[in-house]
Ligand binder design. Structure first.
Ligand code: URA
Length: 190
């Protein structure tokens, strides 16, 4: 007989916990926590850095400027938001959009790990250096991007954060082609 707590929580239950979370100081300044959204059967999960102002207002991931860039990228790769799961390493907005502190990332990480455990995606696309550092302990976005990396039985593909292309337009075509490659890999190889 198995006695114990049920660790197989649903995404909704995890989201509810995130909305009530007070484990780090970011809960004091947030308007809404942003657990993430999409399919619990997603083959592809996208992981960004942390919510910005629009996300904090709406409680939804990637709905601001970076989100519009992401939507264009998804459209180019013929991927639909509803088939993916989109979230960030940190679920509450850091004040003034500063990068989330290492301690905040560490505190929030168990929520992400539990989301990954429920979804069991074939591939995780890491959007930007914060996701890359947090999940793969890799410091060089340039070195890691554009290839499939396996860690602990999970496949990852790292690319630049969509917001990076707002400041460096040259990165836009790189992000576009990376997303298209992920789509093709999922269709043909995995
Ligand atoms: N940037 C992120 O990394 N995540 C969001 O949800 C929005 C912007």
């Amino acid at each position: 007989m198995h006695i114990g707590i049920n660790l197989e929580l649903s995404l909704d239950e995890i989201a509810e916990e995130i909305r009530r979370c007070r484990l780090c100081p970011l809960h004091e300044s947030r308007r809404k926590a942003v657990p993430g959204e999409g399919s619990d059967k997603a083959r592809l999960m996208l992981i960004g850095e942390a919510p910005g102002s629009e996300e904090d207002e709406q409680g939804r991931p990637f709905v601001g400027r970076a989100g519009r860039m992401l939507d264009e990228t998804l459209k180019f790769a013929k991927l639909q938001r509803r088939d993916l799961f989109i979230t960030s390493v940190v679920k509450c907005r850091p004040p003034n959009n500063r990068p989330p502190k290492v301690e905040e990332r560490r505190t929030c990480l168990p929520y992400l790990k539990r989301q990954i455990d429920v979804i069991k995606p074939k591939m995780i696309c890491l959007l930007g250096i914060v996701a890359l550092q947090t999940l793969l302990k890799e410091e060089s976005a340039t070195k890691a991007r554009g290839k499939v990396i396996e860690k602990d039985g999970q496949l990852y593909f790292s690319t630049y954060h969509p917001a990076a292309s707002l400041y460096n337009v040259g990165l836009k075509s790189v992000i576009y082609s990376d997303m298209k490659e992920i789509k093709e890999l999922l269709e043909n190889s995995y």
